[in-house]
Design a protein around this ligand. Sequence first.
Ligand code: SAM
Length: 293
Amino acid sequence: MKEGNKKLYSPVVIKEIIEKYGFKFSKSLGQNFLIDGNVIDNIIEGSNIGADDGIIEIGPGIGTLTQKLCESAGKVIAIELDNNLLPILEETLEGYNNVEVIHGDVLKVDLNQLIKEKLEGRKVKVVANLPYYITTPIIMKLLEENLNIDKIVVMVQKEVALRMKAVPGGKDYGALSVAVQYYSEPKIIVDVPKNVFMPKPNVDSAVIMLDVYKESHIKVKDKKLFFNIVKAAFGKRRKTLLNALSSGIELKKEEVLAALEKSGIDPTRRGETLDITEFARLSDEIYDRMNNY
Ligand code: SAM
């Protein structure tokens, strides 16, 4: 039987394939392949894929999720860094005419150009079981590059999923929560145990969906400054906002104090208690002071 017709999530099949190709799992490339058909179905259902949709998959591995994506979407672009997987993908995706595998590092690929060239006119979704060692840089790249992406549905470490959707007050709330929630509405689709991967990772996972806003619900005068303030506030989590910001941004302490007071934010509060709209208000006050308005 051809690899394309086999259940690629079956551990027996995976072992057969890796033996045939002499493939060795690379821990440093975050290679943990899915071995559970239900989890793959959860990802596909959660992505709500239309027949004309364009999908970007990051890290197809041996093509397990890729095959299912090809069966539901109009076109699939799969970006894989490990060249040892390319001959395997050639075989497992042989029967599909709507997929293109791109050999490269997702962090270096020009996604804007790729979407323009290969997925123009389609609703674009990113669907993937991510390599965990670069989860945050991938998510930030997808959100920050103004890519006109509709949804991101990805398997990540559970701890990272909780950080993305955290609200003020708890230990999970941080700069990643604010950044993700600035650009999108996060929702955890399903918690995923360690034993559905081969090899089994050390951490639990979750599939998270980020529903990307066409335009952010947060309006700020200077986005870069807003994120610098968020970074400074969480960089010194134990300090009061007044102290964290006075040492973290280019503004005198008395000006920071005045901006906090004008925004109605108690200067003795810690950054981790501020919600995204308070950060936005504060950022605009600080912007005015930096620009002498
Ligand atoms: N999609 C497959 C599955 O679910 O069984 C494999 C997922 S595995 C967690 C992550 C995949 O990302 C691996 O195939 C790995 O080689 C690939 N990868 C790692 N770093 C990458 C990068 N910088 N760019 C593109 N792919 C990468």
